[in-house]
Design a protein around this ligand. Structure first.
Ligand SMILES: [Ca+2]
Ligand SMILES: [Ca+2]
Length: 250
């Protein structure tokens, strides 16, 4: 019985001692909260992404180089996007506003439109020539939900790790031009006309000057010292992409 009483006394002591201890720690907690656990934060980030259209998608309208059996590689639609982000954060919600330039790495080359198996024609394709400055100027807004694995409060403000997933919409403006050489009236294939130095027939019709940027993103977000931010992400940015975003929180 006396054991129980002394245990209760200890508990009572603890109960009175604890609020004091919490009060002592309160300024520290508040300080941490003001930096890492703060409900509002902003970021300025630089980002770099590799974008590409997968071959499996290009195989639908065009023959692959293996199928044409010509010595011309079908060009890959791909490029590097460099841009800036402004991010506002509140708890698990991230609002990401970006603008960027996606510089095309697509080479000139032969695009052979697909016909039915019985009437396959590998001579009627077009030679497509992108101008040097071809690219997309994009801007848009994304939402990202953040699930915390390690909060910076748990590592004395040194390090944080979370999973981010989200998406958004934007708009992309085509910069530069796309020219084409068609099969000649005398049925000279476009690749042969290009090889003999024929001038392009003109601007490729049907190239869309404005494209919607549709985003679906997933990745990891690292916090360092509660000032530096790094995100490694992949997903869809109208094309498939993977990339890194680095910046500062304030
Ligand atoms: Ca055709
Ligand atoms: Ca064809």
């Amino acid at each position: 019985m006396s054991g129980l009483i002394s245990a209760l006394a200890l508990l009572a002591q603890g109960a009175t001692a604890n609020p004091v201890a919490l009060q002592d720690e309160a300024p520290v907690t508040a300080e941490l909260a003001s930096t890492s656990g703060r409900s509002y934060a902003m970021e300025m980030n630089f980002r770099l992404r590799k974008m590409s259209v997968p071959d499996t998608l290009m195989d639908i309208p065009f023959y692959s180089s293996e199928e044409t059996a010509l010595n011309y590689e079908r060009p890959k639609i791909q490029g590097y996007a460099m841009g800036l982000e402004f991010v506002t954060k509140k708890d698990s919600a991230n609002g990401i506003f970006y603008f960027e330039f996606a510089d095309s790495l697509m080479k000139e080359g032969y695009w052979d439109d697909r016909e039915g198996e019985s009437d396959a024609n590998h001579q009627d394709g077009e030679w497509i020539i992108p101008s040097k400055n071809l690219g997309l100027l994009t801007f848009g807004a994304n939402y990202a939900y953040e699930a915390f694995f390690v909060r910076t409060e748990q590592t004395h403000g040194n390090f944080g790790l979370s999973f981010v997933v989200g998406g958004g919409l934007g708009v992309g403006f085509l910069v530069g031009d796309v020219y084409y050489i068609a099969q000649g009236d005398d049925f000279t294939p476009a690749y042969q006309r290009a090889a003999q130095g024929d001038e392009p027939d003109g601007l490729k019709p049907g190239v869309i000057p404005v494209v919607p940027m549709v985003d679906m993103n997933a990745g990891l977000r690292f916090n360092f010292g509660d000032r530096a931010v790094l995100r490694l992400e992949g997903g869809m940015h109208t094309m498939l992409y993977y990339g890194a975003t680095m910046g500062i929180m304030f």
